[in-house]
Design a protein around this ligand. Structure first.
Ligand SMILES: *Cc1c(COP(=O)(O)O)cnc(C)c1O
Length: 426
């Protein structure tokens, strides 16, 4: 499969039909799989044979789409989850439990921040958030004896900061822990974090991978490169027998290439059940077939729109790492040489009321909390997602009352620009 280029893998990866079989991946809309003897089924329960028995753990349709994403990222194993949130949760919870600690970039998705700082903290896992631009000394000081992972986002949603993945990977490895990267905004088309030393990649497939606002979903991919067996005391769940699975030791049975994803499937999916529905996996796979074409167009449109906005007299500032002069331009040249993503943020001149008026005057761009859709979506955080905050609280969160978040779709860029222009000048 990996003999092909990434564009070909978008279409051909993960599923190769045999003679007379369907061109498109079959939707196996079945909870259950039938066996001739209990012995056959026992082998599956003991993980001695591979096969399907219950869709709460695994389903063939999901596995086709997961195998495609695995090929795109250049990993060794992958699984789908019901949402990006579930992928983020499993990726950490698979190797950290009560009493453990994780180092996380402070520039991450708000849902990730809440999950880590509030919900997983209540489960007894501690997180230290560090600025991605902190000094090496501050970075080093964040690690503890019980640190199990480092977490960051390639392009942060919505801060649009670009992570120095190599630096984070080196620091994680120096302290004997893996680097987990949320690669949702960049997608493997624009950045493959494994090539820069990351060990695990997560996705909200809800965004560009699906691309049409059709299905919520997530994915976890393992590079197969992190050697858990070097730290058996730190990762007992992977390196010592699992009593809840008949004494299997995941690293022994599945090697370092397969241990992490097998454990997440066998334990976390079994017990927590955040599986993606096969129907959503089918829709996701359709989205993946055009991912390379759409992402390129999203980025071209965003670049044109960012350049237009940065010269408009009613715009105060524009944040987009493809703009020369953007704080993250140099990092983007290294990690995202072919483009970053379709999301831009900008501050209008004037007041909060001017921003509200601007939103009202838009005709093409739709007002939605979503990003990464084929349609251009726009959001005024101060009057929607962050409306309970005062101007002062907004400032502390790094959001101006005049900030607009714009997710450029794949319409003709001249139409997007014309819509913005008329709303800016109305
Ligand atoms: C949306 C998003 C998530 C959460 O994904 P859901 O599919 O909405 O659960 C996680 N990380 C990033 C970067 C996101 O944009």
């Amino acid at each position: 499969m990996n003999k092909y280029q990434i564009e070909t893998n978008c279409i051909r990866g993960g599923y190769t039909p045999g003679n007379g079989e369907p061109r498109q991946i079959p939707i196996i809309q079945s909870t259950t799989f039938k066996y001739d003897t209990s012995e056959d089924m026992a082998k599956l329960f003991d993980l001695e044979a591979s096969g399907y028995f219950y869709t709460r753990l695994q389903n063939p349709t999901n596995d086709y789409a997961a195998a495609k994403i695995c090929a795109l990222e250049g990993g060794t194993a992958a699984m789908l989850t019901s949402s990006g949130q579930a992928a983020t949760f499993y990726s950490v919870f698979n190797i950290a439990s009560a009493g453990d600690h994780v180092v996380c970039s402070s520039c991450v998705y708000g849902g990730t921040y809440n999950l880590f700082a509030v919900t997983m903290k209540r489960m007894g896992i501690d997180f230290t958030f560090i600025s991605p631009e902190c000094s090496d000394k501050e970075f080093e000081a964040a690690f503890r004896d019980n640190t199990k992972a480092v977490f960051g986002e390639t392009i942060a949603n919505p801060a649009l900061t670009v992570l120095d993945i190599e630096r984070f990977a080196n620091m994680a490895h120096k302290h004997g822990v893996p680097l987990i990267i949320d690669n949702t905004f960049a997608t493997p088309i624009n950045c493959r974090p494994f090539e820069f030393g990351a060990d695990i990649v997560t996705h909200s497939t809800t965004k560009y991978m699906d691309g049409h606002s059709a299905g919520v979903g997530g994915c976890i991919v393992d590079s197969g490169k992190f050697d858990w067996t070097k730290y058996p005391d730190k990762y007992p769940g992977l390196c010592t027998p699992d009593d809840s699975y008949h004494g299997i030791t995941y690293t022994e049975r599945f090697g370092i290439e397969g241990a992490y994803i097998t454990k997440a499937t066998a334990q976390l999916m079994r017990d927590l059940g955040s599986i993606q529905s096969p129907h959503n996996a089918y829709i996701l796979n359709l989205g993946l077939e055009s991912l390379h074409v759409r992402v390129k167009r999203h980025c071209e449109n965003a670049q044109a729109v960012a350049e237009f906005l940065s010269t408009h007299p009613n715009v105060e500032s524009v944040r987009y790492c493809g703009l020369k002069g953007d704080k993250y331009y140099d990092l983007a040249q290294k990690y995202l040489p072919n483009g970053s993503c379709g999301v831009i943020s900008f501050d209008l001149k004037g007041t909060r009321e001017d921003a509200e008026k601007f939103m009202k005057n838009l005709r093409l761009a739709i007002i939605a909390t979503h990003v990464a859709d084929a349609q251009t979506c726009v959001l005024h955080p101060a009057s929607s997602t962050h409306r309970q905050m005062t101007d002062e609280e907004l400032a502390n969160a790094g959001i101006s009352p005049k900030m607009i978040r714009l997710s450029c779709g794949i319409e003709n860029s001249a139409d997007i620009i014309a819509d913005l222009k008329q709303a800016l000048e109305a």
